[in-house]
Design a protein around this ligand. Structure first.
Ligand SMILES: Cc1ncc(COP(=O)(O)O)c(C=O)c1O
Length: 422
C-alpha cells in the first residue's frame, strides 16, 4: 500500500494529518484493539474490531468457568445475572439508571418486545409511527407485531408524511425512531421529537444501534420510554454479541411483553406454572443467554472506561470532515456524491457517499485493505470510529478511493461479483 502521497490539498497534507495523530488524546486507545497496522478499518459501524483483552477473558471463561466451574458458573462466574450486570455497566455510558437496562437477545427481538410493551400501555390507541427509511428489521418487526393485533395502523415518515412529527396524533400508541440513520449516519433530534410525541400521549422507542458508543447518548435527558440497540458495532463486543433493551423507571411494572420466558420471571427458580414479571428491565428478558458472547460485551465496555463521549464525538466530526473535504476535492469529478448530511455535527461520524458502481468500488478498496461497506441502492459507507482511527488513516483511505476511481480499477470483473454480505 503506498504511503507517500502528494500534497494536493493546500489546506491540509498527510504531514498535517500525522501531526494531528501526534496530538490525539485517544491515540493510545488504538492499542487496545487487535488491528493490523496496514488495515484501514472503516466498518466499525457494522462490526467493531476485537479488543485485545477479550482473548484472555474468553479463554478464562472457557478453561476456568466452563471447563472447571461447569454449571456452578451460572452463580460463581455471574453468568445468570450478566443480563443485569452488563446492563448496569452499559447504562452508565448511555445515561440510564441502574435496573433500567438489560443486555440480552438481538436488537430485532428487543424491538418486538418493546413494541408490544409500549402498545400494552396504550389501550385504545392504534397507530404505530416509524421511518420508511428505517433499518428493515424495525419495519419487519412492526409488521410482525401488527399481524397479531387487530386494527393497528402503521404510518411511515417518507411515505405518509415528510416529517415524522406530522404523523403523531392522539391515536398514536408508539413511535419507533432511529437515533441515527444507518445509511447516512444522520443524527435525529430524538429529544425534541420525543417531547412532541409525548405531547400527544405517544410513547417512544429509540433504536440506538448507530449511536451507542458513537455519539453521546443520554436516555434520561432524551426522555425516551424504551430504547434498543446492539453491542457488536460501536461497542466492539463481537459478531452477534447480545443486544440490549432499556425501559425508563417510570414504566417499570406497567407493561406486558409477549416473550415471557423464565429469565424474565420475578422468581425464576420457583418454577411456577404462571408468569409473574420480574422487576424493572428484567421484565423484558426471556431466556438463557450466551455467556461466552456476553464476555465480549464486558471487554467492549472496558475500552470505554474513562472515555469522554463528547470528546470522542468531536474527534469523529474532525475525522469525517477531513474525509468529506478530501472526497469533495479528489473524488467528486468521478461521480461520487455526498449522501450524509453536509454539516458534521449532524453525522454520527459515518460518511456515506453515492456512486452507481458503489459495490465494485468498495470491493476494490477492500482488496487494498481499506474496509468499508455498501448498502443498496448505491451507498458507500465509511464508518468513522474515532476510538481507533487515525487522521492518517482517513488521508490514506481518501487517496485509495481516488486511485480506484482514477484508474477505474473497480471495473475489474472480480470486484463486480456480488457476495452475500455487501
Ligand atoms: C438500526 C438497526 N436496527 C436493528 C438492527 C437489527 O439488529 P439485529 O440483526 O442484531 O437484530 C440493525 C442491524 O444492523 C440496525 O442497524
Amino acid at each position: 500500500m503506498p504511503t507517500q502521497f502528494n500534497n494536493e490539498i493546500p489546506a491540509t497534507s498527510r504531514d498535517q494529518a500525522a501531526a494531528l495523530d501526534q496530538q490525539d488524546p485517544f491515540a493510545s486507545k488504538r492499542d487496545e484493539f487487535d488491528l493490523q497496522d496496514d488495515v484501514i478499518y472503516l466498518c466499525g459501524n457494522s462490526l467493531g474490531p476485537m479488543p485485545k483483552s477479550v482473548v484472555a477473558k474468553i479463554e478464562h471463561t472457557l478453561r476456568q468457568d466452563w471447563a472447571k466451574g461447569l454449571v456452578t458458573s451460572w452463580n460463581k462466574a455471574g453468568w445468570f445475572m450478566m443480563t443485569d450486570t452488563l446492563g448496569d455497566r452499559l447504562a452508565t455510558l448511555l445515561g440510564a439508571g441502574q435496573g433500567e437496562l438489560v443486555v440480552s437477545d438481538a436488537t430485532g427481538i428487543n424491538i418486538y418486545k418493546t413494541l408490544h410493551a409500549a402498545i400494552s400501555m396504550q389501550p385504545g390507541r392504534t397507530r404505530i409511527v416509524c421511518e420508511a427509511t428505517s433499518f428493515p428489521t424495525d419495519l419487519y418487526m412492526i409488521e410482525g407485531v401488527t399481524s397479531l393485533l387487530e386494527n393497528m395502523e402503521v404510518k411511515l415518515e417518507g411515505r405518509d408524511a415528510e416529517h415524522i412529527e406530522d404523523l403523531f396524533d392522539q391515536n398514536t400508541a408508539v413511535v419507533l425512531m432511529n437515533q441515527v440513520d444507518y445509511r447516512s449516519g444522520e443524527i435525529r433530534d430524538i429529544k425534541a421529537l420525543t417531547e412532541k410525541a409525548h405531547a400527544v400521549g405517544a410513547l417512544v422507542i429509540s433504536d440506538v444501534c448507530h449511536s451507542a458508543g458513537a455519539i453521546p447518548v443520554d436516555l434520561h435527558d432524551e426522555n425516551v420510554d424504551f430504547a434498543v440497540g446492539c453491542t457488536y458495532k460501536y461497542l466492539n463486543s463481537g459478531p452477534g454479541a447480545p443486544a440490549f433493551a432499556y425501559v425508563a423507571a417510570r414504566h417499570h411494572g406497567k407493561f406486558k411483553q409477549p416473550l415471557t420466558g423464565w429469565h424474565g420471571h420475578a422468581e425464576p427458580f420457583k418454577f411456577e406454572p404462571t408468569y409473574r414479571a420480574g422487576a424493572g428491565a428484567r421484565a423484558l428478558l426471556s431466556g438463557t443467554q450466551p455467556a461466552i458472547s456476553a464476555v465480549g460485551v464486558n471487554a467492549g465496555l472496558d475500552v470505554f472506561e474513562g472515555v469522554d463521549m463528547h470528546a470522542l464525538y468531536e474527534k469523529g466530526k474532525a475525522l469525517s470532515t477531513l474525509l468529506q473535504q478530501l472526497v469533495e476535492q479528489w473524488c467528486e469529478p468521478y461521480g461520487v456524491k455526498l449522501y450524509s448530511p453536509k454539516e458534521a455535527h449532524l453525522r454520527n461520524g459515518q460518511l456515506s457517499l453515492t456512486h452507481e458502481n458503489g459495490y465494485a468500488i468498495v470491493q476494490a478498496l477492500i482488496e487494498r485493505n481499506v474496509i468499508g461497506d455498501y448498502r443498496q441502492p448505491n451507498v458507500i459507507r465509511f464508518g468513522i470510529t474515532p476510538l481507533y482511527l487515525r487522521y492518517t488513516d482517513i488521508w490514506d483511505a481518501a487517496h485509495h478511493l481516488r486511485d480506484v476511481l482514477e484508474t477505474e480499477q473497480w471495473k475489474e470483473e472480480r470486484f463486480n461479483v456480488r457476495q452475500l454480505v455487501t
